[in-house]
Design a protein around this ligand. Structure first.
Ligand code: SF4
Length: 754
């Protein structure tokens, strides 16, 4: 079924063929257009293989908007012409006009959002198509929707429609919220929270969880949020006031749709699984994607296409379906059984829930035995024998869970159509889908050797202290299946299907080219002729404003003295910069130890010395930004999540080159795959991955043109090893020092403060 937005598109294409043929409207789309006319308009349009034209965006006119004398210069007081921004815009126009995939590295300060937003809007308006803009972070989505897109409306002087879409589960479902009142036994001790959500929903204009004034517990929210399986669509009594339906309508007629990578992959997955590309799936149909923060695509896709299960996830679902306590039975299965008059099944269900819990315990015991003192282990030829007892336990769990889902299905099938509006029916559908997903995941563990395109691994995690109940085991196990390689998925699901795709980020290059990133994301499978590449360096004066220093007297990281040395060096470097320092680690253990030493040795220092884990990441960043002399010791997401212009961030210290630790099972499996085909996993995977992270880390320092500061790398391998060149080659041109620590600390002070 075509959505309203596509109806307009269809009319336009068929009745008003534009001039200057250069693109084909896909035959399938023509077929849909034809069907629409014949079925709904009563017309008699013939299907045809005729070529349909698209209008080209004029690159000079598009570039003029942000050039000297253009409309941006008239509305922005701080306008400075940025030739690289215009060049990037022109390349993006070319990609739209010529059906290409653009790979564009644009340094900090290029202003790349205007460079892609303007061509996207112009294309969308000219050709009545949608452009999807996919980002890696919420911050960028907010910046686009609150600042950049409204500004583009003014710059081009035209109104257009844009919509920010988040995953469905971020929105309230009015039907589930209403039904929740009738199943209050599922809300023990949480009914107050439910009432607050209900109050908020009455006046909310978005229905989005992010607009709640408090953070609901995961448990409560998951029972009232929107779920595709629980959605009654047009049959729903709340259809007219549904936030999701309203958003869908808006998206169907929007020119730009802003999403995150995760939601985009959810859409791609559903299209690959049968929804196709011509109709609405998770998103309305589209043929153009802009990936901003494209350096994170591989991780985002890997995480999206990974599946995992642990005892909490599984128990929660089982309990929602069926619980037996003090001679009473609870859960959706009980309500379903009443509707289907199937008492025998209840008996079986009770036995099976016990069996599932027992099998789950056995899986945990076997996994913990296997892991012993380790935290992760991969299932592969080298460990298959050790995994034996765990696989037996997983097999038992799979059977019990499979039987349980079978019973639910039989009971649901036995319900009259008239009774299928009951809340228990819709809730059970959601739970059943999750449980059946777990059955597939568990079965896959048993046949891991037939699924060599996936990595199967187990992980031991510790519960947060406030969740550990008396006598309970604080450790729990996660079973995960991760795709070994997402390049084929990306090629088949994205690059082959789209008319144009723009991939942009400040860090796509490793060494001197894009080959690593293109290989990992499947772009090399697209054929050279479809790809346009370009580098657009930052206009900021790094050569004047950034000092890059590496202490030549640091021991190398494999030296036993290394940790001790950095714990001596960090306080000196921090004092030299009068605080204002972000220290980036690759290991939390090393971070904790260095932080302890710094706090002890810097008593009397006026700035706070904070560390990741002391508070929420966002609160830590806020404090770091507002307290000029403060210092933040951080790892993980802080390598790329920090955007603090000004004096509060005048020094970035990179403790070690950020190579992935070799006990990450997915990384090891990927490295092995490279070795198997005769490549060097170190040069083809470890180094380029570390280079991208390193560049992200360095990118925290200079956020606007008048920022000034120092990057200190305490790992002298960057100068002494041959692979160090891959890191150095990607550095912006800056002042460099490779001298003893004492010289560097002297220089830091004069560089920042003189
Ligand atoms: S239409 Fe679907 S998402 Fe909307 S309120 Fe009804 S059930 Fe919930």
């Amino acid at each position: 079924m075509l959505t309203s937005g596509e109806h307009f598109f269809s009319l336009r294409v068929l009745t008003c063929p534009p001039k200057g043929v250069h693109f084909l409207l896909r035959k399938k789309t023509l077929k849909l257009v034809t069907e629409f006319f014949n079925d709904f308009v009563g017309g008699d349009v013939e299907d045809s293989d005729e070529k349909v034209e698209y209008k080209k965006v004029n690159e000079l006119e598009a570039g003029a908007y942000i050039s000297k004398g253009g409309s941006l210069s008239k509305i922005s007081e701080s306008f400075e012409e940025r030739p690289v921004q215009v060049e990037l815009l022109e390349k993006i126009v070319q990609a739209f006009n010529e059906n290409k995939i653009g790979v564009f590295e644009a340094g900090t300060g290029v202003g790349k959002s205007y460079s892609y937003l303007i061509p996207s809007v112009l294309w969308a308006l000219l050709n009545h198509e949608k452009v999807v803009i996919s980002t890696g972070t919420i911050n960028l989505q907010q910046q686009l929707c609150e600042k950049d897109i409204p500004a583009v409306e003014k710059i081009i002087g035209k109104k257009f429609k844009y919509v920010l879409l988040k995953g469905r589960q971020n929105y309230i479902c009015m039907r589930r919220l209403n039904d929740a009142a009738s199943i209050l036994d599922l809300f023990e001790g949480e009914s107050e929270e439910l009432k607050r959500i209900a109050q908020w929903a009455e006046s909310s204009s978005t229905g989005s969880k992010s607009d709640l004034t408090f953070m609901p517990s995961e448990n409560v929210w998951s029972k009232v949020n929107s779920e595709s399986d629980a959605c009654m669509g047009k049959k729903c009594p709340f259809f007219g006031e549904c936030f999701i339906m309203r958003l869908r309508k808006e998206a169907a007629s929007a020119n730009l749709i802003v999403v995150n990578h995760h939601l985009l992959f959810a859409d791609i997955e559903s299209r690959l699984s049968g929804a196709g590309y011509e109709d609405a799936a998770v998103l309305p149909p589209y043929r153009h994607i802009i990936f901003d923060e494209a350096h994170g695509i591989e991780n985002a896709a890997t995480s999206f296409f990974s599946e995992s299960v642990n005892r909490f996830k599984l128990n929660k679902l089982i309990n929602q379906m069926y619980r037996h306590r003090k001679n009473s039975e609870y859960g959706h299965l009980c309500s379903l059984a009443v509707l289907s008059s199937n008492d025998q099944k209840m008996e079986n269900a009770f036995d099976l829930t016990n069996k599932i819990r027992l099998s789950l315990t056995n899986v945990e015991i076997a996994a913990k035995d296997l892991l012993s003192h380790e935290y992760t282990k991969r299932l592969y030829e080298g460990t298959a024998r050790d995994f034996g007892p765990l696989l037996v336990a997983i097999g038992e769990l799979t059977r019990a869970l499979g039987d349980f889902t079978g019973i639910i299905r039989q009971i649901m099938d036995g319900i009259d159509d008239d009774d299928k509006d009951a809340p228990c029916y819709w809730e059970s559908k959601v739970i059943l889908r999750h449980l059946e997903g777990y059955v597939i995941l568990l079965k896959n563990f048993s046949v891991w050797d037939e699924k060599l395109d996936h990595v199967f691994w187990i992980q031991k995690k510790r519960l947060p202290a406030d969740m550990i109940r008396d006598g309970a085991d604080a450790d729990y196990i996660i079973l995960t299946q991760t795709p070994l390689d997402i390049s084929h998925l990306m090629n088949e699901g994205v690059f082959e299907q789209m008319s144009s795709v723009i991939c942009t980020s400040a860090t796509l290059k490793t060494g001197r080219d894009f080959s690593y990133w293109m290989r990992r994301t499947g772009l090399t499978l697209s054929g050279e002729e479809r790809v346009i590449k370009g580098e657009f360096p930052s206009p900021f004066p790094y050569n004047k404003n950034m000092l890059f220093a590496v202490p030549s007297d640091a021991p190398t990281p494999d030296n036993i003295q290394y940790q001790q040395w950095i714990e001596m060096a960090l306080p000196r470097l921090i004092q030299a910069a009068a605080g204002r320092t972000l220290v980036l680690f690759t290991s939390y253990e090393s971070l904790k130890s260095a932080h302890r030493t710094a706090v002890a040795s810097m008593r009397g220092f006026p700035g706070r010395i904070m560390k990741q884990g002391d508070d929420d990441n966002s609160k830590l960043l806020e404090a770091f930004k507002n307290e000029k002399e403060s210092v933040l010791f951080a790892t993980d997401s802080f390598w790329q999540g920090v955007d603090i212009p000004g004096e509060s961030l005048s020094q970035v210290i990179i403790v070690k080159l950020p190579f992935t630790v070799p006990n990450d099972p997915v990384f090891v499996a990927r490295a092995e795959a490279i070795e198997k085909r005769g490549g060097s996993s170190f040069m083809e995977l470890s180094v380029p991955e570390a280079v991208i992270k390193f560049r992200q880390g360095i990118g925290r320092l200079i956020r606007r043109s008048d920022d000034k500061g120092v990057v200190v790398v305490l790992d002298r391998r960057i100068y002494e090893k041959r692979y160090g060149n891959s890191f150095l080659a990607t550095m912006p041109e800056s002042k460099q020092m490779y001298e003893p620590l004492s010289e560097i600390t002297k220089k830091i002070n004069s560089f920042i403060f003189d």
